[in-house]
Design a binder for this molecule. Sequence first.
Ligand code: GUN
Length: 293
Amino acid sequence: SPSAQIIDGKAIADRIRKEIATEVKALQEKYGKVPGLAVVLVGTKGDSATYVRMKRKACADLGIQSFSTDLPGDVSEEDLLKVVADYNANEEVHGILVQLPLPKHIDEQRILDAISLEKDVDGFHPANIGALAMRGRTPLFTSCTPKGCLELLKRSGVAISGKRAVVLGRSNIVGMPVAHLLQGEDATVTVVHSRTPDAQAICAEADILVAAIGRAEMVRGDWIKPGAAVIDVGTNPVPDASKKSGYRLVGDVAFSEAKERAGFITPVPGGVGPMTITMLLSNTVDGARRAFE
Ligand code: GUN
């Protein structure tokens, strides 16, 4: 059988970013204002700082105004809540993102609950997650990585309605919301997690498999139903002496095996990754449009 169509997340993300840049210009002409995104980083944890830098740069590239707050790792919960409250009150800010994870001494739920629903571009507020989970409701914002996964499927022409979807992982950031999104598109969804016996047998029934469990190359070629669409959200560092950093990133799927069975598959890197920040920009523009109208 022929090997899978590789879903080029970078190319799809670039196309969507052009659409967003056009929209930013249109808003600027119509209202004389630009969308604004506030990105809050607490501490200096390696990859969080990298992601935050990428988010700020992406805003600049598209003409979105970027607001930055970097706080020390020992900042108090009260001081972080003040930062959120200030951005909630700032009319130039249409999206607020507090990079996760937060240090242990901060109650993450309290911070997420404090972000204004209208500015919750991460879609992590329980009211937005609740609306996502309920039939007949539409959340103001949908979380960026899950939205990126769905966008990759849709723009690759993968049918979702009536299909069997398996989501590997149940995190609040990816697994849980992507399962609700797929169910909302009329897939029959099963969530497999770390305590699920015989994950392989369940994955092998998936027409659509979303892997977001954070285990390097856990999904082998023989876990894949022939012709399935495989979306790999994993970014796991594995030692690689040939790299300057000493490691390389691999997904939750053993790509070279899986691409011989799948119909569609995302690479790591270059699959879901570029879509996540693009969806953040899209959410920010949506928030701004609602604020301007
Ligand atoms: N940490 C990992 N992914 C995300 C994300 O999508 N948003 C935020 N705020 N933090 C994250």
